[in-house]
Every structure is written in structure tokens, then in C-alpha cells.
Design a binder for this molecule. Sequence first.
Ligand code: IPM
Ligand code: MG
Length: 354
Amino acid sequence: MKIALFPGDGIGPEVVASAVETLNRLDDKYSLGVETETGLVGGCAYDATGNPLPDSSLELAKKADAILLGAVGGPKWESLDYSVRPERALLGLRAELDLFANLRPAKIYPALINASSLRPEIVSGIDILVIRELVGGIYFGQPKGVEKLDDGTERGVNTLVYTTPEIERIAKVAFESARKRGGKVCSIDKANVLESTELWRRVVTEVHKDYSDVELSHMYVDNCAMQLVRNPKQFDVIVTTNLFGDILSDEAAMLTGSIGMLPSASLAGAKGMYEPVHGSAPDITGQDKANPIATILSAAMMLRYTFGKEDAANDIETAVEKILDEGYRTADIHSEGTKLVGCKEMGERINGAI
Ligand code: IPM
Ligand code: MG
């Protein structure tokens, strides 16, 4: 198992360190043959080389079976030109490796129901998988940019473009995923206004003909944003465009109480990049306050999706639940009556439970 590690910026190195311990623990248990190599991406890579995604890191990513990434970005790099912002590294990896299917599960842990900002009866039992198209749409469409006009004002452009094959392949991932879960797909678009998403709706409907055992519904994105806070349990798999998926996955994440809990996978077939949904959290960097669970659960997704090691993945998920049930909490999910621990201790406890 060749795994490229990109700890990145902010709390990235802390949470990746915990997840690597977890992988090592499972390597001992199942003789997985884990081989890791670490590279620089993001702000730290820009500082070291002037490029947020240096060629050496891209090469490392290309030859790996899977990538584990912490987080990129921070206030230090916010005034840089777009072309060298830490976020470019993420977008570059996604595009270069064609990681078109982004899986973001939003599942609530019974122990954390009170951490949600919504009432317990609304959120208990939530188990949503947001599938976001990750290498197309308005993030990458041409033309794009900001141009100066003759009258001295400026014009900013981004283009929302999708082609039939791009929609087909993500729709297939959604239907295949639904088969292994609740059997329902809700496709999100803005087909009443945006032509490219009218095409999206048509193509998803067409692909559905091969998956008649799966239930398909369509919803406009504004309604979906509302339904997610009104009655989130109606959703099983949500499939949507790059930008809508960016927004709705944050919303779905927050239903579960903490974005610090949620893993993600970005896949091109079996090859994948795995990362926590949260960002680099500069406000708590280096203080041992981060929640490593999202990254540890990302390692579980890696074992499942890239390496097909269901047992090892289940071990991680069971251990996380056990430690939460025992009352251990990092600061982001801590409440009265629970035991506050740091990033390191949380990781150690989970690994101990494995
Ligand atoms: C995400 C993030 C990224 C995105 C940023 C950091 C480029 O918000 O992964 O959801 O917009 O895709
Ligand atoms: Mg986002």
C-alpha cells in the first residue's frame, strides 16, 4: 500500500500524525504492508519552493495508490495571487489525478446528538452521503478570469459547464453507492434557471434507466438547502455539481454537530485522495486542540475504497464510536459532563481501542 502523505498547513500535520498512527496500528494487526512517503503541498510548499503544488509532490501523488491530506491554507497566504494560493494545490491534485467523485458522508454519532445546532429529533439517525462532482463545473470551466474594461471598470467571469460524459460518470457512482446503502439518490440542480444543470437532470435521468432498483428524485439546490435543515432524514445519497456540492456538504456536515468529525474521499476508480472535510484551523494550530477523528475516519475510507480492507476500516469506525461512547471529546465537540482531551490523546485512545 503506497500512501502519499501531505500533512499541509495549520492543524494538518497534527491530525495526519494521528491518522498515520492508526494506519500503523492496523498494519501491525493485519500486515497490510503500509508504505508512506511525505510531501509538501499548500502554503508550506509555497514557502519552501514558491509553488503550492511542486512537481515532486505531484509525482509522489501520481505514483501512490492513495493520498492522505491534512489541510491547506491560512491567513499567511491569503493575499497571494490566485495562481499560487495554497488552495490551488488541492484543485491541482484533483484535476491532475482526475479525482472526479468526491464522497462526503454526513453521519451523526448517537453520542454527539446534542452537539448539533438542530433539535435531536431532527438529526438523530442522519446518514447522508453527499457525492460532489469534483473536477468540472464552475470551478474549472472556461472562460474564467477578471479583465479590465475600456471604461476602467472590471469584468469577472466563471463558466458553469458540464458535458454528458462528465455527468454520466458521477451519476453512476451515485447509483452504485446508493445500492450499497439506502437505495435512494436525490440529484440536485438548478434546472429551472441554468441550462447546464438542465442537461445534468436529463443525463442523470437517462443513466438511471440502468439502475431501476434505485429510487431517483430531483431537487433544486435552494430547496435542498432548506430541506437539509427542515427534514434531513429524507436524504440517502445526494449527487450534485462541484459548487453546489461544496456548499451543501458544509451544510450537511454541520447537521452532525462538528465538521471536525467528517472524512472525505475523492476518487478516480480505486485511486483516491482522502482528507478531512474541515480546513486548516489556524486559530488552534499547534495547541493540541484539533479533532483528529475526521482524518482518522478518512484513513478508514482509504482502507475501504482504495484497498478493499473492509475489516480494517470497520475496526477504525468501531473504535471511534467506542471512544465517543466512553465520553472522550476534543474541544470542538466537548460539552458538560464529557472528558476533554487533546488531539494526541484522542488519537491514542482510538488506536488503543483498535
Ligand atoms: C472543499 C474546500 C475547497 C473547495 C477549497 C479549499 C478550494 O472548500 O474541499 O470543500 O472549494 O473545494
Ligand atoms: Mg468546501
